[in-house]
Every structure is written in structure tokens, then in C-alpha cells.
Design a protein around this ligand. Structure first.
Ligand code: GLU
Length: 507
């Protein structure tokens, strides 16, 4: 690692909600910054007015907060390199665009949208693709063709124009990427990208590199979809005479099948969220699922994302944020795409579920109970959670695994009745009820040893009794250890449930 100060940025465009691939980019930037004692910056790139989506900026900020990804400099935090939103930096870009024109690295282009689409469709007709490049710029409607003086006159007369970057001809660009190693491209294969629009706004490319330079960004860590922009960015740095930052392009997140990029539309189609938190489309009102609302713990979600494209080189899979920070390195980021696995995401949540303390889970579980208007005032919630969480991936699963602590059964699972409730069962349940009625110390250990001794003495079948007992108390053939259950619901409730079962269950 060089001596220079580490400053990285996450630079989302507020064109919609943040895809989990974007969260992973933010996370890798964050881990890298924290590992090296560097600075993490949030910069909002909103120069594309046409694609601006109401509420997206707020969504991004809120979602990253939920993930626990913190910024040192941002719109909210401020900092010495602001403003941290590009729409407030317009004057800066204008100045740098002019510098490029003066140095001969950019030119005025007057081609109208209609002219360009005609060129495109003509090319298509000939089964070719039109690109505005060094090969044809001399014959198009721009200052390279008509001369700077004529162009300036047109502008004085009110003509609208864009600025295009003047890509050098036939030069072999050799670039370094931390993830991909050497990347080579011949400049003649590149087009002359628009860097400044007729609206007075820069395009992404110009604004992005000007800001990365002015904000003293040391490493650009971003998604692979930006790799094709790297040559232009490198050429822009060179045109300004600036040192370029180091680049690391992260592998794509792939669909669970491994075929193609995981897109924003996949989540709702495939039944798992692709957004960190729920997104409500401001135009259509359509809702897209979020990991937060699906019941994921933010630390489990982050852990899962961290391993999509990076590994510590060991067998370890469960990492706290602190462990991720100390283990992270860009050198261990994979080149190939990372296949998203929704089952693995659930597995991660389960790992966090079983390792979290019961009082932490109880806070969330109470919300679920309250929404169901369940009375839990006399029940030891934490104990109940500890008994069932092994079978739960999410807090909402805890209800599925424990509702019978809170509600007396009113019906009995038909299949279990058929299998477990025999002709002589009511008689044995009456016997069991009497035994339990006479026990004062209703702890799990005590009831268990007395009941088991009774079963042995009477030479009854342990399995038969315990299965019918479970059906009577739970209403089904599931649940944790029977004697733990009755120690929690208490003697009176246990007797009542046995009575009910004896009276209600008919074979
Ligand atoms: N605004 C770009 C985006 O939306 C940033 C790309 C970059 O990091 O350079 O992803």
C-alpha cells in the first residue's frame, strides 16, 4: 500500500432504489477505508436530470444507515471537500470543461438529436453501429470539422452544443486494475463521449473524475459495469495533468442460476429482495421487497453481501463488521461474477439468530406479538425464544414455532390425531393429568422425572404417552421439549389443556 492518504467514495446516482450490488460496493469501500484508517465519502451523482427519481436520494441514505455503513463526509455530515451533491457543483464542472476545450482535449459538437438518430439508423440499415469517434469526427457537425472560430460564432448566435472528449487516435492504453490486473485498450476503438451537455450540466464522466480529483480520492472501488469507462477516465486525468486514483472494479452479482446479472426486476420475480429496504415507486405506488422488512438482521445481510465476491482465504463464513474490516483486502476480491444464493442469505440470518442474545430478539418479537394483540405479560419471552430459535431463520418464524405458549389449542392437527390418539389414549391422559396435578414443583426436570417414573412403573409406552401429551398441549406434533413447555405455561394451564384434549379430540 502506498503512503498516500486513503480516501474512498461511494457515488450513487439517485435514479431509483439502491440495488444490493450497490450496497456491496458501498460496503467494500467502507471496509477498505476503515481497515486503512482512511476516509469514507458519500457523494450523490445527480447530473442526469432525466433519470432523477423523487425520494431515491433519501432512500439511499436511509438504507445505508440501516446497513451500518457510515460515512465521514457526506451531505449530512459535511466535510472540507463539499458540496457532496453534484447538482450543487455545476460551476466547478463548467470551469473544468472549458479547460479541456482550451487545451484541445474537447470540442464543440452541434449535431442535433435528429441528425444523430439518422446516422444511427443508417448504420443499422447497413448492419453497422454508429459511433462518434476519431474516425468520423472530421466530417460531422463540430468544431473539429468547421473550425473553432466558426464554432464560436455559432455559439454567439445561440446554437446549442455539447462538448465531446477528443479521444487520441490509435494509442495503446495500458491500465492497472487492482482486481483485474492489466487492462489494455486501443483508443481507436473508443468513441468521443459527451462530457458536457447542452443543458449546462456535465455528464457522469466529467463530473465523476473532476470530483474524484478535487475530493482527493485515492481509490475508485466500483462495480464492473464501469470498467468500460475506465479508459476515458484515465484519458481525462491525463488531459488535466492530474494523477489518476487507483481503480478496483468489483465482479457482478449474478442471478441464482448463474446466468446473467442480478437485475433490479429479478427480486420480485424470483421471490427474494434485491433492495436493502422496501422501496415504494413514487409514480406507480408499486412496492418492492426489502431485506429489512423481510426480517433480516442488518449484520447478517452485510455478512452475506461481504462474501459475494470476496473471501478471507479461510473456511470462516460468519464475520462481524469488525472482523470484516480487519480481514478485508481488495487483493482477495474475485474477478468472476458472484452468484447470489437466496438460501444462503437465510442461512446467514439463522447464524445471527442463534448467536444473538434472547433479550435482543425479544425486542423484535414483542413487536410481532403486539401486532397480533397477544398477551404475553405472564410469560418468560426470553426463555421461549431460547427454546425455539434453533428452528427459526427470522424473528417472524419464532411465532410459528411458539404460538402454542400463548394460545391454548382449539383444534388439533388431523393427521397427528389419526396417528397419535388411540382408543385408550383418553384413559392414559387422565392418568397423566392426575400425576401432574399432584406435583408442586413444576420445573422441567422435576415433572420429567416424575412422569417418566410413572410411565415406567405402569409399563406404558413412553412414545405413545409423550406424543399424545404433545398433541394435547400443542395441538400438533411439533415443538420443543414437552417438559420445558409445561414448565412455562404452568400447572393450571397444562391441566386445562389435557382436559380439553380429552373432551374435544374424537378419533
Ligand atoms: N454514479 C455512478 C453510479 O451510479 C458512480 C460510478 C462510479 O463509482 O464511478 O454508480
Amino acid at each position: 500500500m502506498s503512503e498516500k492518504k486513503i480516501r474512498v467514495r461511494f457515488a450513487p446516482s439517485p435514479t431509483g432504489p439502491l440495488h444490493i450490488g450497490g450496497v456491496r460496493t458501498a460496503l467494500y469501500n467502507y471496509l477498505f477505508a476503515r481497515k486503512h484508517g482512511g476516509t469514507m465519502i458519500l457523494r450523490i451523482e445527480d447530473t442526469d436530470e432525466a433519470r432523477f427519481v423523487e425520494g431515491a436520494k433519501e432512500y439511499i441514505i436511509d438504507a445505508l444507515k440501516w446497513c451500518g455503513i457510515e460515512f465521514d463526509e457526506s451531505i449530512e455530515k459535511g466535510g472540507n471537500y463539499g458540496p457532496y451533491i453534484q447538482s450543487q457543483r455545476q460551476d466547478i464542472y463548467r470551469k473544468y470543461a472549458d479547460i479541456l476545450v482550451e487545451s484541445g482535449n474537447a470540442y464543440y459538437a452541434f449535431d442535433t438529436t435528429e441528425e444523430l438518430s439518422k446516422l444511427r439508423s443508417d448504420a443499422e440499415f447497413n448492419k453497422e453501429t454508429f459511433t462518434y469517434s476519431s474516425a468520423n469526427r472530421g466530417s460531422l457537425n463540430n468544431s473539429e470539422n468547421i473550425g473553432v472560430e466558426a464554432a464560436k460564432k455559432l455559439i454567439d448566435d445561440g446554437a446549442t452544443y455539447v462538448l465531446r472528449f477528443k479521444t487520441p487516435v490509435n494509442e495503446e492504453l495500458i491500465m492497472q486494475d487492482i482486481v483485474r490486473g492489466e487492462v489494455k485498450v486501443n483508443t481507436s476503438t473508443l468513441d468521443d463521449k459527451v462530457i458536457f451537455k447542452s443543458s449546462g450540466m456535465p455528464t457522469y464522466h466529467l463530473a465523476n473524475i473532476v470530483d474524484d480529483h478535487l475530493m482527493e480520492i485515492s481509490h475508485v472501488i466500483r462495480g464492473e459495469e464501469w470498467l468500460p469507462s475506465m479508459p476515458l477516465h484515465i484519458m481525462l486525468y491525463r488531459a488535466f495533468g492530474w494523477d489518476a486514483p487507483e481503480f478496483a472494479h468489483l465482479p457482478l452479482l449474478l442471478k441464482p442460476t448463474g446466468n446473467g446479472k442480478l437485475s433490479k426486476r429479478d427480486g420480485d420475480k424470483l421471490g427474494f429482495p434485491v433492495f436493502p429496504t422496501e422501496w415504494i415507486n413514487p409514480q406507480s405506488g408499486d412496492k418492492s421487497m426489502g431485506y429489512r422488512e423481510e426480517g433480516y438482521f442488518p449484520d447478517a445481510f452485510i455478512n452475506m453481501l461481504a462474501l459475494l465476491g470476496w473471501n478471507a482465504g479461510t473456511e470462516q463464513e460468519v464475520f462481524s463488521m469488525q472482523e470484516l474490516i480487519s480481514n478485508f483486502s481488495l487483493e482477495r476480491v474475485n474477478k468472476s461474477g458472484a452468484r447470489f444464493d437466496p438460501d444462503k442469505a437465510k442461512w446467514f440470518n439463522h447464524q445471527y439468530m442463534i448467536s444473538k442474545s434472547d433479550d435482543v430478539i425479544a425486542v423484535e418479537f414483542k413487536k410481532i406479538l403486539d401486532s397480533k394483540r397477544v398477551d404475553y405479560s405472564n410469560l418468560p419471552l426470553e426463555k421461549i425464544i431460547s427454546l425455539v430459535k434453533e428452528r427459526a431463520n427470522f424473528t417472524k418464524d419464532i411465532w410459528e414455532q411458539s404460538y402454542f405458549f400463548f394460545e391454548r389449542p382449539t383444534e388439533y392437527d388431523a393427521k397427528t390425531v389419526k396417528k397419535r390418539w388411540k382408543e385408550d389414549t383418553p384413559i392414559t391422559m387422565i392418568g397423566l393429568k392426575e400425576i401432574l396435578f399432584n406435583i408442586d414443583d413444576f420445573t422441567s426436570e422435576n415433572t420429567e422425572s416424575i412422569v417418566k417414573a410413572w410411565i415406567e412403573k405402569k409399563e406404558l409406552s413412553m412414545g405413545k404417552i409423550m406424543n399424545a401429551f404433545r398433541l394435547s398441549i400443542v395441538g400438533a406434533g411439533k415443538g420443543p421439549h414437552m417438559f420445558d413447555i409445561i414448565s412455562i405455561i404452568g400447572k393450571e394451564e397444562t391441566i386445562m389443556r389435557l382436559d380439553n384434549a380429552i373432551n374435544i379430540i374424537k378419533r
